[in-house]
Design a protein around this ligand. Sequence first.
Ligand SMILES: *[C@@H]1O[C@H](CO)[C@@H](O)[C@H](O)[C@H]1NC(C)=O
Ligand SMILES: *[C@@H]1O[C@H](CO)[C@@H](O)[C@H](O)[C@H]1NC(C)=O
Ligand SMILES: *[C@@H]1O[C@H](CO)[C@@H](O)[C@H](O)[C@H]1NC(C)=O
Length: 500
Amino acid sequence: MEFTRMVFVTLLCLCTHATSLPNFVVIFADDVGFGDLGCYGHPSSLTPNLDRLAAEGLRFTDFYSTSPVCSPSRASLLTGRYQTRSGVYPGVLYPGSIGGLPLNESTIAEVLKPLGYATAAVGKWHLGFGPNGMFLPTKQGFDEYLGIPYSHDMGPCHNLTCFPPDVKCFGQCDMGTVLVPLMHNEVIKEQPVNFLDLERAYSDFAASFITTSVKKKRPFFLYYPSHHTHYPQYAGEGAAGKTSRGPFGDSLLEFDNTVGNLLATLEESGVINNTLVFFTADNGPSLMRMSRGGNAGALRCGKGTTYEGGMREPAIAFWPGTIKPGVTRELTSTLDILPTIARLAGAKSPPVELDGVDMTEILINHGKSKREAMMFYPTDPSEKLGLFALRLGKYKAHFFTRGSTLSSTTPDKECSMFAVLTAHDPPLLFDLEADPSEHYPLVPSGETDIPALLERIKKVKERFEASMLFGESQIGKGSDPQLEPCCSPQCRPKPHCCQC
Ligand SMILES: *[C@@H]1O[C@H](CO)[C@@H](O)[C@H](O)[C@H]1NC(C)=O
Ligand SMILES: *[C@@H]1O[C@H](CO)[C@@H](O)[C@H](O)[C@H]1NC(C)=O
Ligand SMILES: *[C@@H]1O[C@H](CO)[C@@H](O)[C@H](O)[C@H]1NC(C)=O
């Protein structure tokens, strides 16, 4: 077929220049909702660089992460597998967690390394620290790492400065754990981290990684999961007080500035036309933080829930000269990033059951998605309850609904912690194209042939669940305070003495 041949020829051109394997930059924002960016309709956010990526690249309207919380959604992005397979559930990892992303899982970095890629991670890891730092990025295929290995509210923040000149971080962070460290590879550089300088440190690290890789003529993969927009928000001189949206807006602006720095580095190093930049976010907005949380736009609820606001995310693919500007409404997911990168680089897929599908057709030709369905697991997946929801085409079926503390404080009662676990049999059905806000369940007298639809959904669900082998829960292994990162391991009394 003409169409297929065109794709093939385009791909051939990308892959046969031995010296020009494409570079990959994956940017992962934290707790950013569907409605937070300027290019997704937020009226007061300032996100000029992300807006530029969207204007000159491909913007996704139906892109999903696999979990409404941080650690599992990161595990899926890096492995192309639902978190239930790797065991990164329930909830998230803590500073003293015994488990982490299992080392036998293959990350995007590990998929690319055999082809000679230089690999680096900068920012929020949150896939485990573990005994002797055994779960750090440097153990998962990344040559280099600079960042905080978990969320930056996982440590006392009362006396830390989040905005200049000396505005203390807002609200309550975790007490009784070590102060938040900044790690370089496996070494603690600062404890506590200095939030006001963090952006500069990350930008410099990323720029140096890119320019060094280019100088050595090595293709590269940079993974940049940012912290900024997670609670407590912070920003340095360049962004503090610069937006009308307040602290969340300022932190989002500083994050956006980083994106600008990255683009400038790619341009100056002459590799911008040979680099796929992919932006998305880990989960929906933390609505419990009210105006300091993000915004899910037209979508229902946010972080912690399996409503659309919890897991549908902004996403942008940018590659000048290769990806034509536009908008795609294809059903897509963070799961699909690994297979796509593997395909574009000509790398071998890991020999495991992948849940992701190749998106190349969508990127290069604005074509169709190979993804049939999207599965929604709650923060605490179990084999007993199985999927909470499933999207098939434009329809979404909820088998269970539940609110979350993380989405409390909105006027919608279904989002809050008081909305207890409710089973729906038959499932609650929505047409997400007619009703993206999941307000109006389909009724039998409507246009849709509901029995036929339910039958299709049931088949897809059964087939998927039969293929799902739950990995041993890594977070269920618990925590040991002795494992928390400490810059002076012998000091007493812990955790307070861990300060350098
Ligand atoms: C990793 O090892 C565990 C424990 O041996 C095993 O259950 C799991 O299937 C392995 N995962 C992969 C991706 O090989
Ligand atoms: C903050 O600093 C004050 C004064 O130095 C000290 O008394 C207090 O314990 C500190 N609080 C935390 C949470 O570190
Ligand atoms: C990238 O390609 C565009 C045309 O698509 C060209 O104008 C630009 O100069 C190229 N940039 C670099 C750094 O090669």
